[in-house]
Design a protein around this ligand. Structure first.
Ligand SMILES: *Cc1c(COP(=O)(O)O)cnc(C)c1O
Length: 385
């Protein structure tokens, strides 16, 4: 029985192997980034697979994501870096989660959390070296550092890390990469000069992990590469990087039916059958994370799909719950046949990167926006625990 006509099959061995590959390519430790439900792959199973592959750290954006790892029994090092006033910081400190200081107000909030928890908070200073997003600017750093070191003297905080994030890591030659690396080196020096005994300095996301060993420092923070997708698709495929995409999105055909030539297909008839043909109905749509931008409209085929060994494409508009493919005259497919929307690409089948290209976006958005309605099914070691 298939209780649901679509699923994301997550290969936990691929996640473990990808982490091992990244680990083998650096002398730094690896923090597997598991924010956003592990980029749509499922937080806890993906985190366990990443640990198995050698991740000595896990990274999350939101504090609740870090707490969910602890609730699931993860006892390793975990860093969380993005929160707003009211976040459960006391719980994070109690749970032995490392927390970023990414804005001046964070210091006092963490001191209060540490006092309430009755223990020292381990913090990593997040410096905005040029991204212009989260983190304290070089101009704010002296004041934040001063406050953090005063809290350290009182035993409330321990400054164990300094980190930053690139704006153009996927374009390794971009001049901002070197400028940010230099700014980072200055920040590290300032923090060490203030007396912090740093355990980890970290700057590299996936793209910098695979392109720029000079910025690996003590710890690299890959996210997308952990899930087997290329962080630099214009430079290297995942296969070229030795990575295996971990997610396969598949569905069963709900129906197959004949349509005459010249018949409009799906909303606004953006596709018109060129001949008498058979169409197949795939029961997933934009509510499930199939981007509407993957529609086949204006004479262009939509995102690729595969049935058996046949490469086909979305015909017409993607709807909320469904889309159509033109199977062609004489097609042998029947209702219930498996359609692969994207997978590991091993046999030349479509990948999340192909879907990103079709939608004009990045693979990150394809996998992370897979709908909550789609069941995740796990294969590989640990899939039964
Ligand atoms: C998301 C994130 C990462 C991982 O980025 P990838 O491009 O997926 O490797 C690393 N560090 C920070 C601060 C992030 O927010």
């Amino acid at each position: 029985m298939q209780p649901y006509p679509a699923r994301a099959v997550i290969d936990l061995d691929a996640i473990a192997a990808n982490v091992a590959t990244l680990d083998a390519g650096t002398s730094a430790e690896v923090m597997a980034v598991v924010k956003a439900d592990a980029y749509g792959h499922g937080l806890v199973p993906a985190a366990r697979a990443a640990r198995r592959g050698g991740a000595s750290w896990l990274g999350t954006a939101q504090v609740t994501e870090a707490l969910a790892l602890r609730a699931a029994g993860d006892t390793g090092r975990v860093l969380t870096w993005l929160y707003a006033p009211g976040a459960p910081l006391r719980e994070a400190v109690e749970a032995d989660v490392d927390v970023a200081v990414a804005a001046p107000w964070n210091v006092a909030a963490l001191v209060e959390a540490a006092r309430a928890a009755g223990r020292t908070a381990r913090v990593h200073l997040k410096v905005d070296t040029g991204l212009g997003r989260n983190g304290v600017t070089p101009a704010q750093l002296p004041e934040v550092l001063d406050a953090a070191m005063r809290a350290r003297a009182e035993g409330a905080l321990d400054v164990v890390g300094v980190f930053s994030h690139f704006a153009f890591a996927d374009a390794p030659q971009h001049p901002t990469v070197l400028a940010q690396a230099e700014e980072f080196a200055r920040a590290v020096e300032a923090v060490e000069r203030a007396g912090a005994r740093l355990e980890v300095r970290h700057l590299a996301n996936s793209a910098a992990t695979v392109t720029n060993p000079s910025v690996h420092y003590d710890l690299v923070r890959p996210g997308i590469a952990v899930y087997g997708l290329s962080p630099v698709p214009d430079l290297s495929t995942s296969a070229e990087l030795g990575l295996v995409p971990a997610m396969t999105f598949e569905a069963e055909l709900a129906s197959v039916k004949p349509l005459p030539a010249g018949h409009g297909v799906s909303y606004a008839h953006q596709y018109v059958t060129p001949t008498e043909t058979l169409t197949g109905l795939v029961p997933v749509g934009y509510a499930d994370g199939v981007p509407r931008h993957c529609s086949g409209t204006d004479g262009r085929p939509g995102a690729p799909v595969r049935i058996g060994a046949r490469d086909l494409a979305i015909a017409g508009r993607v709807c909320m719950d469904q889309f159509v493919i033109d199977l062609g005259p004489g097609a042998r497919e029947v209702a219930g046949d498996r359609v692969e929307l994207f997978g590991n690409g091993a046999d030349g089948g479509p990948t999340a990167q192909d879907w990103a290209d079709a939608a004009g976006t990045i693979s990150y958005e394809i996998v992370t926006r897979l709908g909550a309605r789609i069941p995740r099914v796990y294969v590989g070691e640990g899939s039964r625990s």
